[in-house]
Design a protein around this ligand. Structure first.
Ligand code: GLV
Length: 308
């Protein structure tokens, strides 16, 4: 029996329909209908407390998202349980659009024109070509690599940073502590799509953000806890960082009184840079369930110690 659970019952129904169509020979069920003692696989996003302890025969857990930080930090997650995450789930294309939108806006000075508009100021700025703008992507997994390829295609100078060295055509790939500093020092736009792991939490602290080029832009579409928001506000305040486009925050929803909401150089979006697309998610997970049934391994297995 395969249990599908999210906090939204309508969404569960939609997923059940897609899973049953993809794997008609398997038994998919909702929490209301499930015989918990028979559940072998769990497909979920947002688990109710205490549920895992009631699934004695659970063999695997498939997350309906790409970032599994919340799941891995649960004290009730059985230590040996294989956890799988979505590698794409339709998110790489959306994340690419989100980053492209930010980079294009920066290149065409739209943030500055918005501020000029607010001041009723008619002032033309010198044009800048894509080749004059360097973009550094933090995180070169499925999502970061897709964004990097798109930006190369658009004509930007692209570098990327990842834990282990990566080789991507026309992307200057950096890794390690010194690689991170180099990326921050040389990028006009820094776009972060890193997961939240013990290694990345707090990575973009005041010291690192100060390494960014004067007049640079920061995009964060990874996780909120990677970034020191106060340090960012200080660097926006003194003009060192020109603007920011933020989709994720230390606390979500971003509290109504938070200064980021009203900062003229900050664009805030409510964690929508990439939303799991059901059909794509079901395709990856159904393929994974099929492979596990054949005695193989499913895609997207999370290395617990690494956090993704
Ligand atoms: C969304 O933020 C995800 O990790 O899927």
């Amino acid at each position: 029996m395969i249990l599908v659970h999210t906090p939204n019952p309508k969404e569960v129904s939609a997923y059940l329909e897609l899973f049953r169509a993809a794997l008609p020979e398997r038994h998919f069920t909702s929490l209301e209908q499930a015989e918990l003692a028979d559940v072998r696989h769990l497909v979920a996003w947002g688990l109710p407390d205490g549920l895992l302890a009631r699934l004695p025969r659970l063999e695997s857990l498939f997350a309906l998202g790409a970032g599994v930080d919340k799941l891995l930090s649960r004290p009730d997650l059985p230590p040996g349980l294989p956890v799988y995450r979505l590698l794409d789930g339709g998110m790489a294309a959306q994340m690419t659009e989100y980053i492209r939108y930010g980079v294009l806006g920066y290149q065409r000075n739209m943030d500055i024109y918005r501020r000029q508009q607010a001041a009723g100021q008619w002032r033309m700025l010198a044009p800048r070509l894509p080749a004059d703008v360097s973009v550094g992507i933090l995180g070169l997994g499925e999502i970061g690599a897709a964004a990097a390829r798109a930006l190369v295609h658009d004509g930007y100078r692209v570098s990327g940073w990842s834990r282990s060295p990566k080789h991507l055509h026309h992307v200057h790939s950096l890794h390690g502590e010194s690689g991170l500093d180099k990326l921050l020092e040389t990028s006009d736009v820094v776009a972060c799509v890193l997961p939240s792991t013990p290694q990345t939490r707090g990575l973009l602290n005041g010291e690192k953000l100060s390494l960014m080029r004067p007049g640079a832009m920061l995009i964060n579409a990874g996780r909120g806890d990677l970034l020191d928001q106060d340090a960012l506000l200080a660097l926006l305040g003194n003009g060192h960082i020109r603007c920011a486009q933020l989709d994720v925050f230390a606390e979500e929803p971003l509290p109504a009184s938070h200064p980021l909401w009203r900062h003229p150089a900050v664009a805030v979006t409510p964690h929508i840079a990439a939303i799991t697309l059901r059909q794509q998610a079901v395709e990856q997970i159904a393929a994974g369930l099929r492979r596990l049934a054949e005695g193989g391994e499913a895609e997207g297995r999370v290395e617990r110690a690494q956090g993704y």
